[in-house]
Design a protein around this ligand. Structure first.
Ligand SMILES: CC(C)(COP(=O)(O)OP(=O)(O)OC[C@H]1O[C@@H](n2cnc3c(N)ncnc32)[C@H](O)[C@@H]1OP(=O)(O)O)[C@@H](O)C(=O)NCCC(=O)NCCS
Length: 188
């Protein structure tokens, strides 16, 4: 893998990462084999694995882990230390006692739909869809689909109420100038 360090910054962004326009990335980020949409911001200590897709105008807060099989649509907010899961029954070793490889298990997918927000410290189990504009409360464990515009919280996450549909879809997209440490150009 053509992994390289940005000059003077501690980042690992593999050559196979597809970056949109004006993606902003903090230090200690590890990206490989994923797609990041334009203007999305990625906080420090975030890891995004191969096959994960992040839409445009998203905010991914520090210490979050986004694994293979996760698709995040446009304008999604992901808080700090959010963890996604793609293997419901993980094992270190296969039946022969050897370390598992990709041949020994199947990725289970997750979809976070447009405009949704996920509170800090949440864990998102696999095979779930978080609906448009839904809000997941801090510290939740999401085990089932979350309907559009629902506010859910707890372990397991339960619907608290519904919020009004957000005007997010009508917003025009404008890059807001901020003192980010690095601006990467597309086409890498
Ligand atoms: C889920 C959330 C949106 C609910 O906000 P709200 O509708 O204003 O809820 P309230 O503060 O009025 O609380 C309502 C009830 O839910 C409980 N509650 C609120 N948030 C909760 C959470 N994350 N987990 C469990 N219970 C929660 C409250 O204790 C309260 O319980 P009670 O009725 O027994 O007193 C909000 O609390 C939250 O967690 N937001 C995410 C914030 C976040 O992670 N931001 C990341 C960037 S800093």
């Amino acid at each position: 893998m053509d992994t390289r360090q940005q000059s003077g910054l501690c980042q690992s962004i593999a050559g196979d990462v597809k970056l949109g326009e004006d993606v902003k990335i903090y230090n200690f980020v590890n990206l490989y084999g994923c797609e990041i949409g334009s203007r999305t911001k990625i906080g420090a200590f975030v890891e995004i694995q191969k096959g994960a897709k992040i839409g445009t105008d998203c905010k991914i807060s520090s210490h979050t882990f986004i694994c293979e099989g996760v698709t995040v649509e446009d304008r999604v907010f992901i808080g700090h230390q959010v963890v996604f899961i793609n293997d419901r029954y993980p094992r270190a070793a296969n039946g022969a006692g050897q370390l598992q490889t990709e041949a020994d298990w199947t990725v289970e997918s997750t979809l976070v739909q447009r405009g949704a927000s996920i509170g800090s410290g949440s864990v998102i189990l696999c095979n779930v869809t978080i609906g448009e504009n839904a809000i997941v409360g801090a510290g939740s464990v999401v085990t089932k689909n979350v309907p559009a515009n629902a506010v859910v919280a707890g372990n397991p996450a339960r619907i608290m109420r519904y919020c009004e549909a957000s005007p997010v879809h009508e917003l025009t997209t404008q890059a807001v100038p901020e003192p980010w440490p690095i601006e990467l150009k597309p086409g890498r």
